[in-house]
Ligand binder design. Structure first.
Ligand SMILES: Nc1ncnc2c1ncn2[C@@H]1O[C@H](COP(=O)(O)OP(=O)(O)O)[C@@H](O)[C@H]1O
Ligand SMILES: N[C@@H](CCC(=O)OP(=O)(O)O)C(=O)O
Length: 370
């Protein structure tokens, strides 16, 4: 299939691609990847690069020191390696007359709407000035609670932040297989995925190496977030000839995940990319239908159960009567208020609470159906 060129592409390069399975950055291959990205850029495709490899580069630069496996050692390696990595990208893009701009993110930068919008503005400013944004996690400062944790998920968040239309997860395998090809040499490549479900998740294993993080499991999580926001995703081998250009032409390489919706608006993308949920509401079947099929707001009447302690403005997961997540949204009331309101008619909110923030517990503009 050859289709219209994407306007904005996020290219995620895993440690496996950058090192070619060795313990060192493979600069020769990085030049080849930059060549492809620079050509696309020249042809008018905006490129955002999400690069792993800081920890690997740090180890290499320090001459492979004997270190404990502690978080502090990894953070030290990332601090050293990130500057090596960004210098390498700057030098390589310079060969094509391009500059790079570094953005280091943590989960906390994306959870807060204002910081999210600031990061988005910086990204936009770089792109407007024909500079290649180069993103990595801010490993040197991020500890577990504020970490995204792996660059696959980070790249999905970057794709939402950048309002990209295509996300390329480039790795050391040809794509997603029906079993981990390292352990099952006869595993078969899955060329296209229309829906990510539990059966598919069961096929995706961990990283087979000590340098990569997350393996195919985190690539599926990332694809899941991105396709819900209307971004097409492809997992493919970063070492295949001309892979980035071929994928941007729509050639059938790797595993393609079809976008589920047309692109979401900015606020809805943030609801998907942003804060982890603070609580959940279980809905009756009528409310699930109204939300998922009619695009309605959530009213108090259809709420069966409230879980978690949260305030007005919290992000919530909405589930069906069996507990299966069906949507995410921003609450207009806090948990204790919803507890009092649940099951009542909207016209009784004011008499029940003594005030009202309007009839919707979650307004349709603040709601994303999964
Ligand atoms: N079903 C699967 N299909 C393909 N690869 C898989 C699968 N399950 C697990 N993997 C493993 O995921 C690895 C790629 O992930 P990872 O090592 O994190 O790479 P990267 O550094 O590119 O993110 C592969 O080398 C492979 O061993
Ligand atoms: N932020 C880390 C990489 C984390 C990560 O997810 O790595 P990978 O699985 O190789 O994409 C680094 O720069 O070393």
């Amino acid at each position: 299939m050859v289709r219209q060129a994407p306007k904005r592409v996020v290219v995620k390069l895993g440690t496996s691609v950058l090192t070619g399975g060795t313990t060192r950055l493979d600069r020769a291959h990085m030049v080849e990847l930059v060549r492809q990205m620079a050509r696309l850029h020249q042809a008018g495709v905006e490129i955002v690069l999400v690069t792993s490899g800081a920890i690997a580069a740090g180890r290499e630069h320090l001459g492979f020191p004997e270190l404990s496996d502690s978080l502090a050692s990894k953070q030290m390696l990332a601090a050293v390696g990130q500057s090596q990595l960004i210098q390498a990208w700057e030098q390589l893009f310079n060969l094509y007359g391009l500059h790079v701009g570094q953005i280091l993110l943590t989960r906390a930068d994306l959870d807060d709407r204002e910081r999210y919008l600031n990061a988005r503005d910086t990204l936009q400013a770089l792109l407007d000035n024909r500079i290649i944004p180069v993103i990595n996690e801010n490993d040197a400062v991020a500890i577990a609670e504020i970490k995204v944790g792996d660059n696959d998920n980070l790249s999905a968040l970057a794709a939402l932040l950048a309002q990209a239309d295509l996300l390329l997860l480039l790795t050391d395998q040809e794509g997603l297989y029906d079993a981990d090809p390292r352990k099952h040499p006869d595993a078969k490549l899955i060329p296209e995925v229309a829906r990510i479900d539990d059966a598919l998740r069961a096929l995706a294993g961990d990283s087979g190496t000590s340098l990569g993080t997350g393996g195919m499991a985190t690539k599926l999580q990332a694809a899941d977030v991105a396709v819900r926001a209307g971004v097409e995703v492809v997992v493919a081998a970063g070492r295949r000839d001309g892979v980035i250009e071929r994928l941007c032409r729509g050639e059938a390489v790797g595993t393609r995940f079809l976008p589920q919706h047309s692109a979401l608006d900015s606020r809805k993308r943030w609801i998907l990319a942003g804060p982890p949920p603070n609580g959940s509401l279980q809905l009756d079947a009528g409310a699930v239908r109204a939300l998922c099929q009619q695009g309605s707001s959530l009213l108090a009447k259809g709420i069966l159960k409230v879980e978690g302690q949260f305030l007005r403005g919290a992000t919530l997961v909405l589930t069906d009567p069996d507990g299966k997540p069906v949507a995410r949204g921003i609450a207009r009331y806090g948990a204790s208020e919803i507890e009092q309101m649940r099951g009542i008619h909207s016209s009784d909110i004011e008499t029940t609470l003594g005030f009202s923030h309007g009839p919707a517990v979650i307004h349709r503009n603040d709601l994303v159906v999964l």
